[in-house]
Structure formats: C-alpha cells, structure tokens
Design a protein around this ligand. Structure first.
Ligand code: PLP
Length: 391
C-alpha cells in the first residue's frame, strides 16, 4: 500500500473538544453525541505541504490529500470530483448591478452535485475501515452520490428517500446497483428508519455529519476558492443551506489554511439562504439562538434544503455569526425564477438550491449586508437536470 502523505492526527468533538483515536470507527462523539472533526498535524504540514506542492496535481479535490483523512492511495475512491470552475458571472452581475460576481459551478461534479465531494471522502474512509454496507437517508443528491461511490468501491448501498422525491433520483441510484426504499415521510423519517435497523443489518450510517469524513470532502470547496482566487478569499459567500456541511466544512478549511500559513485572517461573510418553506437555521439566527428548533411541515422544491433539523445547527450558526455574515429566506417562486436567470445569462442549468443564492442578492444589498463592488461567490450546488419535473 502507498501512503497518501496525510497528516491526519486525531478526531475531536466539535462541541467539547474531547479527542478520539483516528484508528477507530466513529459516528457521533461519545461525549456529546455531536459531530466529530478530523484534526491534522499542522506543524508537519507547514514543512511538508506547501502551496507549491499543488503544482502538477490532478484537478480533483484529492489535490489536498495531505489535509484529507485517508491513509492509503489504494483506498481513495474517486470519479474526478471537485476542482470545479469558479466562473465570473459578468452578464448576471451586470443585470443585478454587481461588479465581481462568481459562480462556483458544482453542477459538473460526477453525479451532478457537490454531494460527490463528501461521499468520495466518506466512502474512501469506509473502505479503509473495511466497511461494506453503507446506509443513508437522502433528499435526492446524497443518494445518487452514495450509490455511485459505493459502486466504485465495491460496497453495498442502502438508500432511503421520501416517496415524493423526483423519479430521476431513484432511477439513478438503482442503476448504480443500490438498494432503494421510498418512504412515506420526510428525510428525518428516513433517518429514523436507518437508526432503528442499522445495528441488525450491519449498516454503516453516513448521514450528514453523523460520520466524521463527509465534511472533509466538502471542506475542499474552501481550499479551491482560495487557490482559484490566488489565495485571497472572497468578501462574501452565499450558500444554500440544508444540513450545512458545506458552510461548516469551508469554515474549517479557512482555519486550517490560515494555520498552514496559506492565507491571512480575512474571512468572507458567510451568508446562509433557506426557503421560506423550510428555514430552521434562519429562524434560529433571527431569534439569536445557538441551536435550531425542528421546522414543522417543511415544503420546498429546493429538495436539498428540505432539512427540518440539522445536527450541525450550532456549527452553522457559529460560522455565520463569527464571519459577520447573515441568514435569510427566499420564496420558492423566487428561487425557481432565478434558476432561469442563471441559465439565460450564464449557460448553467442550476438546481433550485442554486437559484436561491441569486434571489438573495437584491435583498442583501438593500439590507446593507453586501455592496455592489464586493467579490461575491454564489454556490451553484447542483445541476437542475434531475429536478426537471419540478419546473
Ligand atoms: C444537499 C444539498 C444542499 C445542502 O447542502 P448542505 O451542505 O447539506 O447544507 C444544497 N444544494 C444541493 C443541490 C444539495 O444537494
């Protein structure tokens, strides 16, 4: 086996800081029942992992493999995810009155969304531990990504999705050879079924932030933004938030890069957008709370945002507040209308979640949270193709 050169050192509870061995299989922390974060030997990184190390690396998220948790090259399960384009959105920006607008185009990932990043990391690590049966509750995209990466790794996938999820998501999972169950309920109900059955079935649960490694895949979006902007982070990041792995991951990446000496202390304002029909994080932000209440009767066409409760709520809220950011809702009509704006002006067919980011721009300008000259990155988190029935 060939070492990846990782400087992964240990796992740490994201709440109380308790440390755990990286050699054991973990889901949530045993101290607080909250997410665990991989931590790295930064002093070693300063010597062995420099910005120059990236020259000639392949254009995937694994170019940052020293700061990823996988020990052996042979376990890296990749379909070419990550290092997605950061597209200047000149036409869209001009129409809306912004001079430095960029789209991080995650729609071109192997299964059409940024979920591929998380799954590439989590499935690689599961492979390293010899775990062969993987289960996940999904609003759609996480299922497709899990099915694809488990197929590539030679594992079995057990996928649970709400029965009103568009057919494309189900068909895709089945064509990757996964077991799919359609559930009369929400993603949270799918999660409960897995929790009940996983021990008996010997499934490893890779629900959002309930294992420590998906967030490491998602954090690479933060590394890429820095690298693509010549190591100067943007002023503003607008992110459609469901379980929040992306925001949490990028916030972690910025911290790591500063410690490595790759960037300074400037941080983007982290802006979280949710749909009016499911906005637990926005409510908590507005009420000044540190955690979010369950959002009853969630409803939105932005399926990735139909997450009524997020186990990482406190981490999302912390990133928003520490960054001097903001959290706001848009209506489903606004987010769907803006999919067309992105398509018409920039030639990218975004999923509804991506449309939500554009819909926030006039509101944030009115509120004085952003200004027209800021360097702003909108996350187009997925492709619209699997959502066509919803338009
Ligand atoms: C899952 C998903 C989201 C939400 O992402 P989190 O990082 O879990 O907040 C947004 N957009 C799309 C397309 C998704 O699939």
């Amino acid at each position: 086996m060939n070492s990846t050169g990782t400087i992964f050192a240990f796992l740490q509870c994201s709440k109380c800081g308790m440390q755990f061995s990286k050699k054991e299989i973990h889901n949530l922390s045993s101290c607080c029942s909250l997410p665990l974060f991989p931590r790295y030997d930064i002093e070693k990184g300063k010597v062995y992992f420099k910005k120059d190390s990236l020259i000639n690396r392949p254009p995937t998220m694994w170019r940052y493999k020293e700061m990823m948790p996988v020990n052996y090259e042979e376990n890296i399960t990749t379909l070419g995810e990550g290092f997605t384009p950061l597209e200047p959105a000149g036409s869209l920006g001009k129409m809306l009155g912004f001079k430095n607008l960029y789209l991080k185009n995650e729609s071109i990932n192997p299964t059409g969304s940024f979920k591929d990043r998380g799954m590439s990391a989590a499935i690689s690590k599961a492979r390293e531990f010899g775990l062969n049966k993987i289960s996940i509750p999904t609003a759609g995209n996480a299922g497709g990504a899990t099915a694809a990466y488990t197929a590539k790794a030679g594992q079995e996938a057990f996928i649970f999705m709400p029965d009103d999820t568009p057919k494309a998501f189900q068909v895709e999972c089945e064509q990757y050879g996964a077991h799919v169950e359609m559930i009369d309920g929400l993603i949270s109900d799918c999660g409960k079924i897995i929790a009940e059955r996983k021990d008996q079935e010997d499934w490893f649960d890779i629900s959002t932030l309930k294992e420590p490694y998906r967030v490491e895949g998602k954090k690479t979006m933060g590394y890429e933004l820095a690298e693509q902007l010549n190591w100067e982070l943007p002023d503003v990041i607008i992110y459609p938030t469901g379980g929040g792995t992306g925001i949490i991951g990028m916030w972690k990446a910025f911290d790591e890069m500063e410690k490595l000496g790759w960037i300074g202390s400037h941080r983007p304002k982290m802006i979280s957008v949710q749909s009016e029909g499911c906005a637990p994080i926005i409510r908590a932000f507005e009420q000044g709370k540190d955690t979010a209440d369950f959002f009853e009767n969630p409803e939105t066409s932005a399926l990735g945002l139909r997450v009524p409760a997020a186990i990482g709520d406190f981490l999302i809220l912390k990133a928003i507040r520490e960054s001097n950011g903001y959290a706001l809702t848009v209506s489903d009509k606004e987010l769907m209308d803006n999919v067309k704006m992105i398509g018409k002006h920039e030639g990218i067919f975004s999923s509804p979640e991506g449309g939500a980011t554009v819909a926030t721009l006039p509101k944030l300008l009115d509120l004085g949270v952003i200004n027209s000259k800021d360097r702003i990155v909108l996350f187009i988190t997925g492709s619209g193709l699997k959502y066509v029935d919803l338009f």
